[in-house]
Ligand binder design. Structure first.
Ligand SMILES: *Cc1c(COP(=O)(O)O)cnc(C)c1O
Length: 495
């Protein structure tokens, strides 16, 4: 049976997967949700014999039902290739009683690569299927990680262009260097004099400008979005939860049917929602452990049933989780309300008008799969140091939030279930914070020299993503005021 997608907020219309991927967001601002979640049609033991690519096919064929086998395999094989520095794509490392699922072996050494290396292929295939003649122009505002992962994914993909706006004074030195050295004639990176919110607001304005859309169409272009609410980003993330289970099974670390727990360092709620969908598809996941940093709006939500963004925004050492509106939570709200779009729309209206909403007791009772907790800055640093001292294994700050929360969970519950921790970034991406935590920071060293030192103490090689930008040519030098974003776009597109 085909899976069709409709809005969490009830807009008319059911869309095929390829249409939902092209649109990104539903017409009423809601998120696309599948009308049902199919069960895996092969047994976990059968899948345990497959590599990552074949596992990806088994999952994606069930949710992206209007793609042909040939199309999906083309997308998968072009995405999960030698861009990853290991054939396993998502290897696992056992350390101190948990399995770290390393999702950072792709081009930009963060887990966003898992979805953004396939999204360009899903999107250009969708354009072909839907007779879109225009070139797709991906517009992205980034606070650091998403921009680079999207650039790497879309660079030199025929039929696409990508424009990334970042706050000129708001990203880390390595993050900036990663972006401004990006190769590919179809890529454009622009610093703006303003903060991330300015970049985000500017991008949204360009997206909804009808006159601009017409002008673009005449010139043979149309905008699309690579941000994390696109189902083309969500579906590829389900794969690695299936894969981690079947790897454990294949290696005899669990028996068929045994449950596992998954711990996910969470910001926008995309990654953990993928784990939730994996469970619906038949992966025996017991607890979904949602780990937050000091921006603990999700922890409070799981405790109280109230989502309340009215609070101070805290800058932490895990910046990719510094978020007060977890966009993808909307999909979970829709599901626990009984796939009820009317209820969801009302909650989202409350959120935009009052910054908060309360779910019902019945909805809260459907959250028993989840356990939420958070880690302070001190606890995050301590998790990095303790794991390193005990095992020599070095994790990044985001993963450390998850590790710390997992320790709290075990203390609270004494649950001994085999547990997978999503390791979402390489420690080399947040070198300074990681080295500080271990007590090895040296302010006289720049970030690259510090990476050399990290390589020595962790006995791991510096990833290509870092070594290759060390002396790379700066290709993108444009900086514009936040009011000049539209003219910057037109100038790049030669309109
Ligand atoms: C984006 C990101 C997260 C948060 O993932 P969500 O899907 O937004 O919850 C966690 N860690 C890292 C390193 C990230 O880049």
């Amino acid at each position: 049976m085909d899976v069709l997608y409709s809005s969490t907020r009830g807009a008319e219309g059911k869309f095929k997967a390829s249409e939902a991927i092209l649109r990104g967001l539903a017409p009423d601002g809601g998120l696309f949700v599948p009308d049902h979640i199919p069960h895996l049609d092969k047994t976990l033991s059968e899948i345990a014999k497959m590599n990552y690519q074949d596992t990806a096919y088994e999952v994606m064929k069930l949710l992206l039902t209007d793609y042909t086998e040939e199309e999906l395999k083309y997308c998968i094989n072009n995405a999960y290739d030698s861009k990853f520095d290991t054939q396993e794509i998502a290897p696992m490392t056992q350390a101190d009683g948990a399995y770290y699922l390393e999702l950072y072996h792709g081009a930009t050494i963060a887990f966003k690569d898992m979805a953004l290396s396939i999204l360009p292929y899903l999107m250009t295939t969708a354009a072909r299927k839907n007779n879109v003649k225009n070139d797709i122009v991906i517009l992205t505002a980034t606070s650091g990680d998403t921009g680079k992962a999207a650039l790497a994914g879309f660079a030199d993909v025929p039929g696409t262009k990508i424009i990334v706006f970042y706050p000129k004074h708001g990203v880390s030195p390595i993050q900036e260097k990663q972006m401004v050295t990006q190769k590919g004639d179809n890529t454009c990176v622009i610093g703006i004099e303003g903060n991330f919110d300015d970049a985000q607001t500017g991008v949204k304005k360009l997206f909804t400008d009808a006159a601009l859309a017409q002008e673009m169409d005449k010139a043979g272009f149309q905008f699309s979005s690579a941000n994390s609410i696109n189902i083309g980003r969500l579906v590829p993330q389900i794969v690695y939860y299936v894969y981690s289970y079947t790897r454990l099974l294949g290696e005899g670390r669990i028996a068929d049917g045994d449950a596992i727990n998954a711990v996910v360092p969470t910001g926008n709620f995309g990654n953990i929602l993928a784990a939730y969908y994996a469970k619906q598809m038949g992966v025996p996941i017991s607890k979904l452990i949602c780990a937050s940093n000091s921006n603990k709006v999700l922890f409070d939500f799981f405790q109280s049933g109230t989502y309340d963004r009215n609070r101070e925004f805290v800058l932490t050492s895990s910046p990719s989780m510094d978020i007060l509106i977890s966009s993808n939570l909307e999909r979970l709200i829709y599901h626990i309300a009984g796939d009820n779009a009317q209820a969801d729309a009302a909650y989202m209206k409350d959120l935009s008008q009052n910054g908060k909403y309360d779910i019902t007791a019945e909805m809260k009772s459907k959250l028993s799969d989840f356990y939420g907790n958070f880690a302070s800055e001190e606890e995050t640093a301590k998790a990095i140091k303790e794991l390193y001292d005990k095992t020599g294994y070095v994790i990044d700050t985001h993963t450390a939030v998850a590790s710390s929360v997992y320790a709290k969970y075990v203390k609270d519950t004494e649950d001994k279930t085999v547990t997978v921790i999503a390791s979402t970034a390489s420690p080399y991406k947040f070198t300074r914070s990681v080295m500080k935590a271990i007590g090895q920071n040296d302010d006289s060293l720049d970030d690259f020299q510090l990476a050399d030192k990290l390589s020595e103490i962790s006995k791991t090689a510096i990833p290509e993503a870092v070594s290759s930008i060390r002396n790379a040519e700066i290709r993108h030098k444009t900086v514009v005021d936040k009011t000049e974003m539209e003219s910057a776009v037109k100038s790049f597109l030669k309109m």
